[in-house]
Write a protein of this length. Structure first.
Length: 320
């Protein structure tokens, strides 16, 4: 065997180690130029990217379109949060798993943890009210995080407040680029304020006062713009509707002479088809179906704000 072979192997190994270390250091330098941001799900990541631009690196824990209520974090999610400068979550009971499972398991020193709904006026989860009537007080403590409707991001008015919380965190963590963040925040702020104004103006002269939906995730829009919602699936989205629930929806639609139903992309439409078939049979009216987006991921080629705009168009049709 050539005596030079072991020397060559050592030299090659050293080159690989040094090259790998250099590459890792370069990656860290590039990463350190940006704020490392972790958001629990798509709407918050969208806001962070719009405000942070090229100054941030945003990672989302929940894949777009997945149900956030029942998400179970993985070991990889712990690593992502451990490496983050800023961790952004919705709050209002939606992503309690972040507070319960992730934050106690990482070193949060030096990180900014943003509860984006901290300054939002939350509305009650009526499912929880029913739960309170049937459960003992000690059992209620176990479910207390469900006392509010968490779907704040669906409404442009509440979403603006959530986006502002993210903007303030960026300014606090990275004051050197405060002006950059401010410019981008003002653009997003103006878009959300314009949408809020359009919702108010275009829904002001509505004929109907109730919409019927697959998933009762539109309470903040209803509360802000003056109508009611009735859902086959409740706020928590982790239930199977009973036959009586479907009968109640059909009866109420017939009582209100409403023959329009809103489906939410990503949820099964089997229950809606049941309602549609029965109501058409009873009333002789054709049931019209429109989409309302949950805004939890890109859909039909539409991003977060585009889905808000489409929701307004469909609400105008559905509310008359």
């Amino acid at each position: 065997m050539d005596k030079r072979a072991p020397i060559a192997i050592v030299v090659i190994s050293l080159i690989l180690i040094i090259g790998g270390a250099y590459y890792f250091n370069q990656q860290q330098i590039e990463k350190n130029d940006k704020l490392v941001v972790v958001a629990t799900f798509y709407p918050l990541a969208y806001m962070a990217e719009q405000i942070g631009g090229e100054k941030v690196e945003v990672t989302t824990l929940i894949e777009p379109g997945l149900e956030p209520h029942s998400f179970q974090p993985s070991a990889g999610d712990l690593v992502k949060c451990s490496n983050a400068d800023i961790i952004i979550y919705n709050g209002a009971g939606l992503d309690d798993w972040l507070q319960e499972d992730i934050l106690p398991s990482i070193d949060a020193k030096g990180k900014i943890i943003v509860n984006t709904t901290q300054t939002v006026t939350l509305i009650a989860n009526h499912e929880q009210d029913e739960h309170e009537e049937t459960e003992e007080s000690e059992e209620h403590e176990e479910h207390e995080h469900g006392i509010y409707d968490p779907h704040t991001w669906v409404s442009p008015y509440e979403a603006k407040q959530q986006a502002e919380a993210i903007y303030k965190a960026f300014q606090q963590k990275d004051p050197d680029h405060a002006e950059y963040y401010e410019t981008r925040w003002e653009i997003l702020q103006n878009k959300l304020e314009t949408l809020d104004t359009e919702y108010q103006a275009q829904l002001k002269s509505k004929i109907r006062d109730t919409i019927f939906v697959t998933h009762d995730a539109f309470g903040y829009i209803a509360h802000r713009y003056g109508f009611e919602t009735e859902g086959i699936i409740g706020v928590s989205a982790d239930e199977q509707p009973s036959t009586q629930t479907l009968v109640n929806i059909i009866n109420l639609m017939q009582q209100k002479e409403t023959y329009i139903f809103f489906i939410e992309p990503g949820y099964s439409d089997s229950y809606v088809q049941t309602v549609k078939t029965e109501l058409q049979s009873r009333s002789g009216n054709t049931i019209q179906i429109y989409k309302l987006y949950h805004l939890d991921g890109p859909q039909d080629g539409l991003d977060y704000l585009s889905q808000m705009e489409k929701n307004l168009q469909n609400l105008r049709l559905g509310l008359g």
